[in-house]
Design a protein around this ligand. Structure first.
Ligand code: BDR
Ligand code: CA
Length: 297
């Protein structure tokens, strides 16, 4: 059975796609969204990654702007391309063929009878657009695993995780339409870490991309080490690991809401696990076997 990936194509997105591509899951399609960088750059990253890693699945162009707010990227942390490096960068290649993600996603959801699984690794703009325009099709989605949100804290701001902050209205729409959200948040991803010695491990794996992957992982780990931390959370690949092998996590039912108003808390995900207080509307990964996750990513 094939799956769908929605992504803003930074380094950890690429790593997550490589993890899925090396699993038994078949990638039917990928949709791109602005996030780590603006959509033009995300498209360029996707074209380069597809060429470097011999990806054969179709890659479609999604939404350029969030549902309501202005675009705020992570380029101030990740650099202009949204992908840091200590040496080699992804070689630039030509444009991706123009192909509309909304149409492709609708066609995929309409095709066949099996229930569909989506892995979302960026702001939820494309999925919200689907929910608004084709709510009938969202019932075909069996699972929407999303790297985003923070149960106890944020990273883009003190309150909000980046993917939630970048388009909180999209997350609110996804929740309001009852999509089967399975949130893999910051707290869980921070249990699965990449350290400087992992960079050498990647280089030693060999193969035509070992040096490139080592340099890109080095750039990614530097984001943390240059700020005095010992290791970097492997965000999107952790969501991919749970998507591939849900048994490595304890998935908990909860009420998840997103703050849309707060001056200092916009984009914060609010997770309530007391069934006596609220009606549950989503799931989140409450615990993870970090060793098993690292063995997958
Ligand atoms: C998330 O934000 C992006 O920068 C990463 O690719 C990841 O999806 C982490 O907050
Ligand atoms: Ca991402």
């Amino acid at each position: 059975m094939g799956i769908w990936i929605d992504t803003d194509m930074g380094f950890d997105d690429i790593a997550a796609i490589l993890v899925v591509a090396h699993s038994s899951l078949l990638i039917d399609g990928v949709s791109l969204v602005s996030g780590n960088a603006p959509l033009t750059q995300v498209r360029a990253n996707a074209a380069s990654a597809a060429a470097a890693f011999d990806w054969e699945f179709p890659i479609h162009t999604g939404r350029e702007l969030p549902v309501l707010c202005k675009l705020e990227t992570a380029q101030h942390i990740l650099g202009q391309s949204g992908i840091s490096t200590t040496g080699k960068s992804l070689p630039p290649v030509g444009e991706l063929p123009a192909s509309d993600a909304f149409t492709a996603l609708c066609d995929w959801l309409e095709d066949g009878t099996e229930r569909k699984r989506i892995l979302a690794l960026g702001p939820l703009t494309n999925i919200a657009a689907l929910a608004l325009a084709r709510p009938d099709l969202t019932t075909r989605i069996d699972e929407l695993t999303w790297m985003g949100g923070g149960v106890t804290s944020g990273n883009h701001t003190a309150s909000a995780e980046f993917n939630a902050f970048a388009d909180p209205e999209a997350l609110a729409i996804v929740l309001a339409h009852g999509l089967p959200l399975r949130m893999v948040d910051l707290d869980i991803c921070r249990k699965v870490l990449a350290r400087p010695d992992d960079v050498d491990r990647v280089r030693q794996v060999g193969g035509k991309n070992a040096e490139l992957l080592g340099d890109l992982l080095g750039g990614y780990v530097n984001i943390a080490t240059s700020r005095g931390r010992l290791a970097m959370a492997i965000y999107d690949p952790t969501a991919a690991a749970i998507f591939i092998a849900p048994e490595i996590a304890r998935i908990q039912h909860a009420r998840i809401d997103v703050e849309l108003q707060g001056q200092h808390t916009r984009g914060r995900t609010v997770v309530e696990t007391r069934a006596s207080h609220v009606e549950f509307n989503a799931h989140f990964a409450a615990e993870i076997d970090a060793e098993k996750a690292r063995a997958i990513v």
